[in-house]
Design a protein around this ligand. Structure first.
Ligand code: URA
Length: 247
């Protein structure tokens, strides 16, 4: 309780305001937050606060050139105690403008996929391997279709952030969306077609915890090729079964 109080005091007013007004962190409005140290919120509060600090760090990050090129850093969205985390590749045009992952067309499809198994972007956690928009022409962030996959160097520079998000949220399951997220997290040069739908054991790099990892297709791939939806539906049914078995 004391630790929670002092952590709260340490935070700047701006950060507290942002955290308190962001429903997905499930933080009650400040100053009632100290009282929330009782009961189940005692477990959520520190992780949510630490995520807030990490977000502030990411917003000032210049570990790779993408930090200078982005409009907005795209940290992540969802519950700090999510049992499942979805990991994509990196922000695109819409995400760069809004500062939230998966808000473009692919994101709207992801929302519908989540809904189909009773989940939502508030109950899960959604983030990307890289937090800034990788652009083909970085001088023109207003250009649509100016997207590219992150380079291995950009992904490596950003990897500690997703690992820290995983440490703080401690999800039971990670779903990788597409080949980039799958390759980077598993550290293997694997084709998504070969590994999708196959459960893997993921060893987190920071706290060496084992998490169930399920690779599936990226929603953008489903927009290009709707036939892939059937496989993703199979994966989502398996995900739902796994989550039910954890209850
Ligand atoms: N594609 C991704 O991989 N991530 C996003 O946030 C949006 C599109």
């Amino acid at each position: 309780m004391k630790r929670v109080d002092s952590e709260l005091k340490e935070l700047s007013t701006g950060l507290l305001d942002r955290l308190a007004s962001t429903e997905e962190w499930e933080i009650p409005p400040f100053p009632a937050s100290a009282a929330a140290a009782a009961g189940k919120d005692a477990q959520i509060l520190p992780a949510a606060l630490q995520l807030g600090r990490l977000q502030a760090e990411v917003e000032g990050c210049r570990k790779c050139p993408l930090g200078e090129q982005r409009l907005r850093a795209v940290f992540g969205v969802g519950s700090a105690r999510a049992r499942v985390m979805f990991v994509g590749e990196g922000p695109g045009f819409q995400e760069d403008h809004e500062g939230e992952p998966f808000v473009g067309k692919a994101g709207q499809l992801l929302d519908r996929i989540l809904q189909s198994i009773g989940l939502s972007r508030r109950t899960v956690y959604i983030a990307n391997i890289v937090k800034c928009h990788p652009m083909t022409d970085p001088s023109n962030p207003e250009l649509r279709g100016n997207d590219r996959p992150p380079t291995p160097q950009e992904a490596a520079a950003c990897l500690p952030y997703i690992e820290e998000q995983m440490r703080l949220i401690s999800p039971r399951v990670v779903v990788t969306l597409g080949s980039v997220a799958t390759k980077i997290l598993l550290g293997e040069d694997v084709g998504i077609t070969r590994v999708r739908g196959v459960w893997r054991q993921y060893r987190t790099r920071l706290d060496e915890r084992t998490i169930q990892l399920l690779p599936t297709y990226h929603p953008a791939a489903l927009l290009r090729n709707p036939e892939l939806k059937r496989d993703v539906w199979t994966d989502m049914k398996n995900l739902r079964k796994e989550l039910e078995s954890l209850e």
